[in-house]
Ligand binder design. Sequence first.
Ligand SMILES: C[S@@+](CC[C@H](N)C(=O)[O-])C[C@H]1O[C@@H](n2cnc3c(N)ncnc32)[C@H](O)[C@@H]1O
Length: 458
Amino acid sequence: MPCRDAAGLPIGSATERIVFRSSATEADHEPKCRYSHTTRMEKDVTSHMPKDVTPLLPFPVRAVKPSRAVARRKPLAVAGLFAGIGGVELGLRKAGHESQVLCEIEPTAQAVLRRRFDGVPLHDDVTTLRSLPKGVELLTGGFPCQDLSQAGKTAGILDGKRSSLVGEVFRLVKKHDVPNVLLENVPFMLKLDSGQAMHVLADAFEKLGYSWAYRVVNSQAFGVPQRRERVIFLASKEIDPREVLLGEEVQEPTPPADPLGKLACGFYWTEGIRGLGWAVDAVPTLKGGSTIGIPSPPAIVLPNGEVVTPDIRDAERMQGFPAGWTAPAATVAKDSCRWKLVGNAVTVDLFHWVGKRLRAPLPAGALLDGRRIKANAGWPSAGWNCGEGRFGTELSTFPCIRSREPLADWLRHPGKPLSLRATNGFLERTTRSSLRFPPRFLELIRQHQRRVSADARG
Ligand SMILES: C[S@@+](CC[C@H](N)C(=O)[O-])C[C@H]1O[C@@H](n2cnc3c(N)ncnc32)[C@H](O)[C@@H]1O
């Protein structure tokens, strides 16, 4: 797919030099970790790589200039439901929007919200949240995906019965006639009940008079080394949601085929039979749970062959939070609970982008070369209904591309060597697997096994 801007022009005539630049976080004041090959904060993407490595961003990218935006809009007053540790709210806050109320049931997440959103009223259970503060202009939330299925199959989500959490979203939206609603969910939402769940959601918004648009977006686009796709769904009675979500696109980068020894690569050590979660110069999606039943960090094979799991502070940074963001959770539960909170969160930078586009939308123009979405067909990576019916199109999951350091340099905190037990378990699973592993990958894991085994013997 060629890179296109909102006017449908091929991107590449006027070019921007791509550099990796670290984002400014608390962690910038901390010492660089031992994997760093350099202390430079900015560098040409090609300069750090051996000559035979294809750069990850080998194509020219032209940013859509802010001067082409529709018109700047004022910041919005936000109600954050299912707030978790506040990924949506922090991203929106960075764009100038203001949280008026937060709602979150989990005590560990509440401890984080209380500290990080000091002064913002915090309610626990959405089912007992009677009303929103006056003047809320944007309601946000990521309800559990399966819940949409339940709502669609049972009482429906607009009939006033509290059959589901997504039903609670509509109860509050209806009661206050909130003009904008921003939802996030896993891409499985597009496939749930063969796409019927999305029709339930779209029906409900259309009956209430909203235009809507959605898009699958990858966190990697926003300068964090984590592959993480989420559906962002925006419904509005006052703006064209396509101009927020669908106004820009760049081509997804193609990673080099043989990166081991040159770039850090992430994988799920908890898997190895049916999947690997292989990610080049990134980690796979951080998760709130795992196949072994506890939230577990992915592993990273470093360019020098070490196999580590990242420190929780780097995991927080992989979600766009400052290092240490979830530390307050450890006042009410074990420190390990922070992994679940980080794995369930959204990437802050993604919602910073959404927040900026809410204030400076872009005409979606020729990117909207859509086809009608039929009742029994699946849902593509982007879609909308702004009064003329439901349309969809396949857009790149990269609306833009933000530069960063390579993962090995980006990490600020030394990780833990993957334990002997975890390594043994992973290698044992691979013997029962029919997966095709990247070249030299298993050899490097076996070398790691020998090293940690020798360390264990002393
Ligand atoms: C997918 S997570 C949202 C993560 C959040 N966007 C973040 O960045 O951390 C869904 C959240 O909904 C919360 N939740 C589930 N049931 C709830 C309820 N009845 N009332 C309020 N929050 C609830 C969960 O505890 C969880 O933190």
